[in-house]
Design a protein around this ligand. Sequence first.
Ligand SMILES: C[S@@+](CC[C@H](N)C(=O)[O-])C[C@H]1O[C@@H](n2cnc3c(N)ncnc32)[C@H](O)[C@@H]1O
Length: 419
Amino acid sequence: MAMDHKNGSLEKVGVVKGEVNPLDISIAVRACDADAVPSVLERLSSFGKTPPVERDDIRLAMLADARTLVRALETPRETMIKHNWAQPACHAAITTCYNAGVLDLLRDGPMKVDQLASKLGMHREVLAMGYIKETDVDEYAPTNFSKALTIPIIGDGYPCLAGGAHTASTKLHEYLRQTQYATPSDFAAGPYQYAFDTEMNLFQYMHAHPPLGKQFDHHMGGYRQGRPSWMDPNFYPVKEQIFAGMDTSEDSVLLVDIGGGLGHDLGEFSAKYPDAPGRLVLQDLQVVIDGIKQLDPKIERMNHDFLTEQPLKGARAYYMHSVLHDWPDDMCANILKPLAGAMKRGYSKLLINENVIPDKDADWQATALDVLMMALFASKERTLTQWRQLLETPELGLRIVRVWSAEHSQESLIECELV
Ligand SMILES: C[S@@+](CC[C@H](N)C(=O)[O-])C[C@H]1O[C@@H](n2cnc3c(N)ncnc32)[C@H](O)[C@@H]1O
């Protein structure tokens, strides 16, 4: 599986660094975009001295400007150091503190480093970098950030990505160089398998290396928090689109969440629509279903591999959240074929909750995920054109009815039906 990274032919690819248009080093030590600073400051000050940051649209607009300001003020050298030293170091330090229990101990107030170290039975070095507060010499206090990390669906992202994902990002450049920068598309032998020297995919690898799998399932419960949800009235008219016209017979299924993880989405749906007609069914791999600790009793659990025949025929809606972006196009077709086969023409809907990358001004979270999807799954985040190419093929017989979105929603809801 592993490729020879000393292969001399690699040098044939790309340009030889440093030999193209050498620039004066002064560009690296001046602010990246000094010209942008006055207008960003003006925008930021237009929010007033006491901006209502509890309004999420205002908070997000200010944050976008603040990020632009930081990028503009930083020198290229500082940004380079941030990417190469601070961000990996920060991730490593936070993951270590998280795993060792430092953040739990620190949750309720300041503690001396020696106190922490003796309680944990470890050496006294603790990295702060602004994420915990330095209150005195060798004394640190929690911040809202470090407190929030003690919630597993927030904190578990660190160890699971450190243990079962980031190696693939770190080695992506090496893999791409060896494959002459061809777009990765082989799910079974892509950058992930190369980096981890395995034949497993990420899900298999994480579940084979506990507790990574459980932590990943928690992380899936965390990334969605605080985002506008398609179940809210200003996003997708649930009652009009799926309750109306629902088959009222006793065992009819309203919503099947395929690859639904621990059931966070169906739990939210059930809480928001307690009187929803029909069954709610959560499907995932057995290992995930077995790991569910708490679930609304109205939600049925079902072990189902979505690469096999869909056992529930003619449901009102089949739903997938952040599933198809984990798979390259050929594998998505393998997932969608049995699903389309189970749908009832004129009745069943397929609801896909995913990023639809705009042609311009894509959000940084979505573009970061795009690179991650390449590294982890030989896959990608998709534009509307790419979603159409994937879904609207004669083989599947699906058509996109409408793409639903809300302001700041990040992810859209792609509503499909059989042609
Ligand atoms: C990125 S997670 C998304 C989970 C959930 N839908 C959410 O958004 O929180 C992808 C899910 O697909 C599940 N999965 C992976 N391969 C699967 C398969 N062959 N059959 C069923 N589920 C699978 C994983 O266990 C995981 O729960």
